[in-house]
Design a protein around this ligand. Structure first.
Ligand code: AMP
Length: 304
């Protein structure tokens, strides 16, 4: 089982192709729906009374356990508003309202304390630490974050960085955190804090996985119609960790496959607003695109 703590949100989004004032979003939402294609997921998060049955339906009919999703009456759900220009790799935050997350103190039950894989999705680093400290050491602990927390909670974030095995992070965040222009050097600085693996998300350019000994790069799936990049990172992490959690061994080969599954799922998310596309697809769609990906990246050396 994968345990995820992160945001369940309402988003307002504007892209050059359209805009939506209120739709379902949140790092834990995208993550759990993506991961549930491969593994069981337990969500630890909080919503307000404005998040009703209609919204909760996003998790239903999947291998997602919501025992850890609290609802607080009289309060509002986390809200994020973001904007993209033609460079869809850069999200500009217009507004962040933590609302119910400001005082959220999760209490994990016995089952939730023993996850196989733990994902600390993008949310306050203090909350990530709180959940991490309640768990018995899982097989793999991974984390995601964003520029806001590097700006306002860097010390707490550094404390979480030291405790995890793997970090999923945007290339701009690597530069911001390390104040190092070169991505590989920046990645090495973060690895020096303790994590064994860094997975650097590079938007439409794909993903680079950096460990002490190796670098692996995968392109993004070349879509003609990218509509809204929101959630691509969390969906990637969900596909990546969901696949890994379903495997007996977590080794370099499986990690590379997992990167491709994560990229495939993210490529669906960006085709429509919110989780609209992710909710339509089946595992078969995922597998078909996975095969396309093999063809996309395959090449052969000269005959000897
Ligand atoms: P990404 O995968 O990076 O595009 O993440 C998009 C999601 O992150 C949106 O659905 C937002 O609701 C959520 N989000 C934005 N800012 C924050 C934040 N500061 N903490 C937690 N979640 C956030």
């Amino acid at each position: 089982m994968i345990l995820v703590v992160g945001s369940v949100a309402f988003d307002a989004i504007s892209t050059p192709f359209g805009k939506v004032d209120r739709c379902i979003g949140g790092s834990a939402t995208y993550f759990s729906v993506a991961a549930s294609f491969f593994s069981e997921v337990d969500v630890v998060a909080v919503v307000g009374e404005d998040f009703g049955e209609e919204e909760t339906a996003v998790f239903k009919g999947r291998k997602i356990n919501l025992d850890g999703l609290q609802r607080v009456s009289g309060q509002k759900t986390f809200f994020w508003s973001g904007e993209y220009g033609f460079d869809l790799n850069v999200a500009k935050t217009r507004d962040t309202q933590l609302n119910v997350f400001a005082d959220f103190k999760p209490q994990l039950n016995d089952r939730q304390r023993k996850p196989d894989v733990l994902f600390l999705a993008n949310i306050q680093p203090e909350l990530q630490l709180d959940v991490l400290n309640q768990c018995e050491r899982p097989r793999l602990v991974a984390l995601d974050t964003m520029n806001l927390w590097i700006n306002i909670a860097k010390d707490a974030l550094t404390r979480v960085f030291r405790e995890v095995d793997l970090i999923v992070i945007n290339e701009a965040e690597v530069r911001q955190y390390t104040e190092e222009a070169n991505l590989v050097k920046g990645a090495r600085q973060i690895l020096a804090l303790g994590p064994k693996t860094l997975v650097v998300k590079r938007g439409e350019y794909g993903v680079m996985m950096i460990t002490k000994d190796a670098v692996f790069a995968a392109p993004a799936y070349p879509l003609e119609n990218v509509f809204d990049p929101t959630g691509a990172g969390d969906t990637f992490a969900g596909g990546f960790l969901g696949y890994l959690a379903s495997r007996r061994d977590i080794n370099d080969k499986e990690m590379r496959r997992a990167i491709v599954f994560g990229s495939v799922l993210a490529s669906f998310t960006v085709e429509k607003f919110s989780l609209d596309r992710l909710r339509e697809i089946t595992l078969r769609d995922v597998q078909e695109r996975y095969q396309d990906f093999r063809a996309l990246t395959h090449f052969e050396d000269h005959e000897q």
